[in-house]
Design a protein around this ligand. Structure first.
Ligand SMILES: *Cc1c(COP(=O)(O)O)cnc(C)c1O
Length: 377
């Protein structure tokens, strides 16, 4: 048996007609840059995320960059974020000359720990490198961070809170969609994300009309009334029309796919409880299950046994950002952010996609149970 970690071929087989029809539409009208599918997608995304405006862009990384640029983040600004995430969440801060401040995570959700955030913001008031400006919280593996508490801390210090929903588009917290949970939200449509394009793409979500207009300007070289009137420094960060067209076809089946991911996660948890540390979903939240990640002290042995049976696994993330070579300049040492470091040492992710069959997931559970000692969490 060979199980793909993410099965884009099975998905394509089930939506091929719609995808081809959508792409044909773009080939026929020829408006490859900012064609009509972009506005159509933005309307659909805004409705899905429950916000007034969605602004499409070239990637999830550009979405974060656009947000920080629209809020004039730059040298002298401190931006608080988690080290247990993909590089992009912090990279954009450094790219603009601001300083990322890494804050440890909650051991059960793997998301920014609000108590650690409050302590870090307090300590930063006397930080010579700058003044607190923003928080980038990440909804890791598809589970929303604790925005109720993060927003309360941020509001006391007048900080912008950005929701990096690159992994959580489709998730919910107390009935509200991911992307709408902070002051502004971003997502990624990288092919392997819960809603993936066939190339790079992303979006920003906001209720603020003025910010939406600024984002629209920055993604096209800081355009003013028209393209050759430049009112600010911007980027080339548009979403391709063909990717927007593909996403429109995929959005139609996305709710069904989310349900399939949730059923798979429940089946994994029922089968694996007591053998590995299974994901915890707080009351009132629904994950988009970008990843189904488990914890074990026996990670290498378990991954090896699965690999031998044709079952792929992955480690997100093997090295927290504060210990990356790129961030050596921040002067961190192992032990500085112990919860993130412990998670990085024990975590691994199982195959997760909407087209995994019950037989396949039972096979994965069986293979893991065969190797994992009872209660070795
Ligand atoms: C994937 C990802 C990004 C970046 O998205 P791209 O579209 O690859 O640029 C940012 N943040 C997180 C948490 C991600 O998982």
């Amino acid at each position: 048996m060979k199980i793909p970690f993410v099965d884009l071929k099975a998905q394509f087989a089930s939506i091929e007609r719609d995808v081809r029809a959508r792409i044909d539409g773009v080939l026929a009208h020829g408006q490859f840059i900012m064609g009509p599918e972009v506005a159509e997608l933005e309307r659909a995304l805004a409705d899905f995320a429950g916000v007034a405006h969605a602004v499409g862009c070239a990637s999830g990384t550009d979405a974060l960059l656009l947000v920080l640029m629209a809020h004039d983040v730059g040298p002298g600004d401190l931006v608080f974020t988690t080290p247990f995430t993909f590089m992009a969440s912090a990279e954009v801060v450094s790219l603009l000359g601001a300083t990322p401040v890494f804050v440890d995570i909650d051991p059960r959700t793997f998301n920014l720990d609000p108590e650690a955030l409050a302590a870090a913001v307090g300590a930063a008031l006397s930080d010579a490198r700058g003044r607190p400006k923003a928080v980038i919280a990440v909804d890791l593996f598809g589970l929303p961070a604790d925005y109720e508490r993060i927003l309360a801390i941020a509001e006391a210090h007048d900080l912008l809170v950005v929701e990096d929903a690159a992994q959580s588009f489709g998730a919910e917290s107390h009935g509200r969609p991911a992307g709408s949970l902070a002051h502004i939200g971003t997502t990624s449509f990288f092919p392997a994300k819960p809603l993936g394009a066939y190339g790079d793409a992303g979006a920003v979500f906001t209720d603020d009309e003025e910010i939406a207009a600024r984002l629209d300007s920055i993604r096209v070289h800081g355009k003013g009334k028209e393209k050759y009137d430049n009112v600010r420094i911007g980027l080339n960060a548009r979403i391709d029309t063909i990717q927007a067209a593909i996403l429109l076809a995929k959005l139609a089946v996305f709710p069904r796919e989310l349900e399939a991911r949730r059923r798979l996660a429940d089946r994994y948890t029922r089968g694996l409880e007591g053998r590995v540390g299974t994901p915890w979903v707080p009351e009132g939240q629904r994950s988009a299950w970008a990843q189904y990640s488990v914890l074990s002290d026996d990670r290498d042995a378990l991954r090896g046994a699965l690999q031998a049976q044709g079952i792929p696994t992955a480690i997100y993330y093997p090295k927290p950002l504060h210990l990356q070579t790129a961030y050596a300049g921040l002067g961190h040492r192992p032990g500085d952010l112990p919860v993130s470091e412990a998670a990085a040492a024990r975590i691994f992710s199982l195959p997760m996609h909407a087209y995994l069959t019950e037989e396949q997931s039972d096979e994965i559970v069986r293979a893991l149970r065969e190797t994992a000692e009872p209660s070795a969490t």
